[in-house]
Design a protein around this ligand. Structure first.
Ligand code: ZN
Length: 468
């Protein structure tokens, strides 16, 4: 009798275990199918990429094109430095041969095999070059280099092909290295007015600017060339007005502030009279605080102007590219006073504010006029992007999200898009499976992130007079 009972218990136990693993397995399969369906749908979306730094071939005249050219212009090169390598500069690429370069950088590449910088960079070669290996090796770098050299021997044709193959419809171009250039290739790019130099180049800092900034960044030389004389704050603002008009005439779609690389995002309100008085003084007599006050005044002026001309402002928040900077300067909540003061301006916060992703989402939730662009976040950390987007969807309406690539070369942009698609598909599939949204809404979220929100918020069709 006792043995019989034990036997029945054992059978029941085995049945429950079987049922549990059966269901769990099935559940996993369902998630995979949903994920796959969503991923395939996302692949079909013609992407409006809200942020890129694509370089013109003329800027790389005289350069060798091989794997290391692209690496030297990628985010991954910073991970090599974090791992202990010396910085990979373009001159080194021009001098070195491929095997020597591998001997010098290969082991640091290997140490970086776990990072998102590495994987998204690799992903670009999977998409555009058919690379079918999990990691870079001395051998595949040699064969990739041959293909890169061949593609860049006819860059025009290669760019057109790669742009299409990656799935882009249009890109926003931020030329932080040539702030005032309005002459861009409008087949691929929408013009962005990067206002860093306009804010930082008050006359009182001009002696520094003149020495340090390259010719094309020098606002005073540009003013002279265009027939303006700048002696007072009013003169400066008149030239700033002229620059805005010039960018509007060339169909600029937004402004960009990446000042967190150079200073804090804390922009205090400074009255006009105070700024005027500071502007009139010798630069040597100004304290750092007074110099900051002039920049603060100028950014507030830019925001007021952005309202007048209906241009959204993209702002870098969070993690700073490269090696070594002051992270705290980029904290998104430092901008809170601006959101309160200018409810009619449109602010777009970049990069998930990483590592302050929660604060970043909270600002998008709290303010009607604060939008969130996950640009570059999947490349900084894929897993952080998954967590952040899940949280954003949990608390912020999805008409407020965008995606951008943030790269210098099309290969890395293609890899970034693959990462962006992966992150969005994974988060949405998880939410569908957890019963938090239907698959139909999940598709709508993806379409809005990769395309429709940008069309709508930047009024692209209306401003550019073309469809995408
Ligand atoms: Zn950028």
């Amino acid at each position: 009798m006792y043995a019989q009972k034990r036997f029945i218990r054992l059978i029941t136990f085995l049945f429950v275990i079987f049922l549990f693993f059966g269901l769990a397995n099935n559940c996993g399969r369902e998630t995979n199918i949903t994920h796959q369906r969503l991923r395939e749908y996302i692949n079909t979306i013609k992407v409006i990429n809200t942020h890129e730094h694509q370089r013109e071939p003329a800027e790389y005249a005289g350069h060798k094109y091989n794997f290391y050219t692209l690496l030297a212009n990628s985010y991954l090169k910073s991970d090599l430095v974090s791992a202990g390598a010396s910085p990979l500069r373009p001159e080194i690429v021009n001098r070195g041969n491929l095997d020597k370069l591998w001997d010098r950088y290969g082991r640091y590449l290997d140490f970086s095999r776990s990072t998102s910088y590495y994987s998204h960079f690799l992903s670009g070669f999977e998409v555009l070059y058919g690379l079918d290996e999990p990691y870079f090796t001395k051998e595949n770098v040699r064969s990739l280099s041959e293909k890169i050299a061949e593609n860049y021997s006819n860059r025009e044709e290669w760019y057109e092909r790669a742009f299409e193959a990656a799935g882009f419809a249009y890109m926003f171009l931020d030329q932080y290295w040539d702030n005032f250039n309005v002459d861009i290739d409008t087949r691929y790019f929408a013009l962005v007015f990067n206002i860093n130099q306009l804010v930082m180049s008050t006359p009182l800092r001009s002696s520094m600017t003149k020495k340090e900034a390259p010719e094309e960044q020098n606002i005073y030389k540009l003013a002279e060339k265009e027939g303006f004389t700048i002696k007072t704050l009013d003169d400066y603002l008149a030239f700033a007005d002229h620059l805005f008009q010039k960018f509007l005439d060339h169909n600029a779609v937004c402004l960009k502030n990446s000042l967190a690389y150079a200073r804090s995002l804390d922009f205090k309100y400074v009255p006009y009279e105070k700024a005027k008085a500071l502007f009139g003084r010798s630069s040597y007599s100004l304290s750092n605080e007074e110099k900051k006050a002039l920049e603060d005044f100028m950014f507030h002026w830019v925001i007021k102007k952005s309202i007048e001309v209906a241009l959204p402002i993209q702002i870098h928040t969070g993690y700073l590219a490269g090696n070594g900077n002051t992270l705290e300067n980029s904290r998104p909540t430092k901008l809170n006073n601006l959101f309160l003061r200018y409810p009619k301006a449109t602010f777009i916060l970049f990069h998930g504010g990483y590592p302050w992703t929660g604060e970043y989402a909270a600002l998008g939730k709290m303010f009607r006029n604060v939008y969130l662009d996950i640009v570059w976040l999947p490349q900084i950390s894929r897993e952080a992007a998954v967590r952040a987007l899940d949280e954003m969807l949990d608390c912020v309406p999805y008409n407020k999200f965008f995606w951008g690539g943030d790269c210098h070369f099309i290969e890395e942009s293609a890899g970034s898009l693959e990462f962006g698609r992966d992150v969005v598909a994974q988060v949405l599939a998880g939410r569908v499976e957890r019963g938090l949204m239907t698959e139909e809404v999940a598709r709508d979220v993806a379409l809005k992130i990769f395309r429709e929100n940008a069309l709508e918020v930047f009024k692209l069709q209306e401003k550019l007079g073309r469809s995408f």
